[in-house]
Ligand binder design. Structure first.
Ligand code: AMP
Length: 283
């Protein structure tokens, strides 16, 4: 596996492969890797001739400097983990190489960036859109793999690729969970064992919501009862908990929706912000 530090070298490495018609898979990450990231890598290795991963903690997508500074970093361990997988290359650029200038272009995703994560992290999806666009242009993948844990990110990147005609197919990968149900996340590294136990209740609430909706309970009542469960869990502080349409993230007002839904939550445990969601297939 090549470890590539600059955009110019990355282009140089990928161009001849692209020229021979090889299918290129791409897995963008911010590092501090875990099994969830490896699931994306595995999918890409299966579906492409070669796979490139990237590790880049993108300052542009952090609206909060403290959050950016506290974001876990473990580059040596990450590269060791990735070396075992059979990747073609890992691209880990410096900030100065990715952002020679502060970008003048910004990406406005319209309504879909004003809800859920976008509502609480202003500017976050502009930062995601810019960095993903740059990475797509540098790596020129045929397929790019994103986790459904970050459902809003996946949907927005997929729509951006379509709106801007990027020649890449954006593929969503199921959320990988620990045996407690907790979605794996780089941020989990900042939790104590007790914090991990508290955080497992995030998924329990999502499952409760799924069960209640399947039983025909109205959406608002479902939200209220699960929120009561969350609020009674000591150490868990919910930022948002919503049920939305799974394709456009619009809120669901009627009690008998026709399209698939997603239950989405963001919560703090021990000062760490965690997100999760669950698809509700209605048909
Ligand atoms: P991150 O490094 O957190 O930016 O994540 C990089 C990619 O891995 C994103 O597409 C995430 O959605 C995905 N990812 C993170 N955690 C998981 C997980 N538990 N299961 C599946 N994909 C994940």
């Amino acid at each position: 596996m090549q470890v590539i530090k600059s955009a110019a070298e990355m282009r140089q490495a990928i161009s001849p492969e692209k020229a021979t018609g090889k299918k290129i898979g791409f897995v963008p990450t911010m590092g501090a890797l875990h099994e969830g990231h490896l699931e994306l890598v595995k999918k890409s290795l299966e579906q492409n001739d070669l796979t490139v991963a990237s590790i880049f903690v993108n300052p542009l997508q952090f609206n909060n400097v403290t959050d950016l500074q506290a974001y876990p970093r473990a580059l040596d361990e990450d590269l060791e983990m990735l070396r075992q997988t059979g990747l073609f290359a890992t691209f880990c650029p410096e900030i100065a190489d990715m952002y020679t200038d502060q970008p003048r272009v910004s990406i406005d995703f319209g309504h879909m960036e004003t809800v859920l994560e976008g509502k609480y992290r202003p500017g976050h999806f502009n930062g995601v859109g810019i960095v993903v666009s740059k990475l797509f242009n540098i790596i020129q993948p045929d397929h790019a793999y994103f986790g459904l844990k970050d459902l809003q990110q996946f949907l927005l990147v997929q729509k951006m690729a379509n709106d801007l005609s990027f020649p890449v197919q954006v593929i969503g990968v199921e959320t990988y969970r620990s045996s407690s149900g907790l979605a794996l996340s780089s941020r989990n590294r900042r939790l104590s064992n007790h914090g991990l136990e508290i955080a497992a209740n995030i998924y329990k609430g999502l499952q409760m919501a799924k069960q209640k909706i399947a039983e025909g309970q109205p959406i608002q009542r479902t939200l209220d009862s699960v929120l009561e469960f969350y609020n009674s869990t000591s150490g868990l502080s919910v930022e948002y908990f919503e049920i939305v349409k799974a394709d456009d993230l619009m809120s669901v007002e009627n009690t008998s929706p026709k399209s698939d839904l997603a239950v989405c939550v963001a919560a703090y445990v021990e000062g760490v912000r965690l997100i999760d969601n669950l698809y509700l297939h209605l048909h």
